[in-house]
Design a protein around this ligand. Structure first.
Ligand SMILES: Cc1cc2nc3c(=O)[nH]c(=O)nc-3n(C[C@H](O)[C@H](O)[C@H](O)COP(=O)(O)OP(=O)(O)OC[C@H]3O[C@@H](n4cnc5c(N)ncnc54)[C@H](O)[C@@H]3O)c2cc1C
Length: 167
């Protein structure tokens, strides 16, 4: 996945590109016992830096197939791996989108917003769907447990029809 972002709303050209691709946690297993964030700086070591550089170069090679000579236009690049996601957002084995669901065992990978402990509820990307929209839907599902689905949906619909809310 590749996306380009502009710095300001009125800018015409983007000056950065974000590229995401798959990586298995096993690939970063040799450095699994290291922890590194901006707040808690620790080096993962030279082998890790070399590993990330090798991966980045493979991606840039692929990019060059679509955009010849783009390598020469790159001022700098930054990389993150499943270890970055694990250390920053606390996801299991650095997963990007929460727990994997198994379509063949849907009930085994279903996480309920309600737990067996009173007043302990779950929400977020592992519950239902990942992504900004997905976690918003998860939020509605979790709040429905507390407020009741009909009541909450009525409120949401009314909020989108301001004239009804006034009445
Ligand atoms: C690089 C990247 C790019 C993405 N791009 C997009 C995109 O373009 N569009 C899109 O829709 N989605 C995108 N996503 C997915 C989206 O960001 C996630 O699905 C969404 O943020 C998940 O929301 P969440 O609230 O479930 O979890 P998170 O946003 O991960 O929030 C969980 C929070 O819990 C905190 N936490 C973890 N463990 C603990 C603990 N023990 N104690 C206290 N706090 C803890 C974490 O620090 C974090 O702040 C992207 C994800 C990544 C990693």
């Amino acid at each position: 996945m590749m996306s380009m972002g502009i710095k300001k709303e009125n800018a015409i050209y983007g000056d950065n590109i974000t590229i995401m691709t798959y990586m298995r946690f096993e690939e970063v297993e040799p450095w699994a016992d290291t922890f590194n964030t901006v707040a808690h700086k620790n080096e993962r070591g030279q082998t890790y830096a070399a590993f990330k550089k090798e991966k980045a170069e493979i991606i840039i090679d692929e990019l060059e197939k679509k955009f010849p000579n783009i390598r020469d236009c790159i001022q700098d690049y930054y990389t993150s791996s499943p270890l970055s996601y694990r250390d920053y957002i606390g996801t299991n084995r650095g997963s990007m989108y929460g727990y994997a669901k198994d379509v063949n065992k849907s009930m085994q990978s279903f996480i309920s917003p309600k737990t067996k402990i009173d007043n302990l509820l779950f929400t977020g990307q592992s519950l239902n769907m990942h992504g900004i929209l997905g976690v918003t839907i998860s939020g509605v599902i979790t709040c429905s447990e507390l407020l009741g689905q009909d009541y909450l949906l009525e409120k949401i619909i009314a909020a989108n029809q301001p004239e009804k809310l006034e009445n």
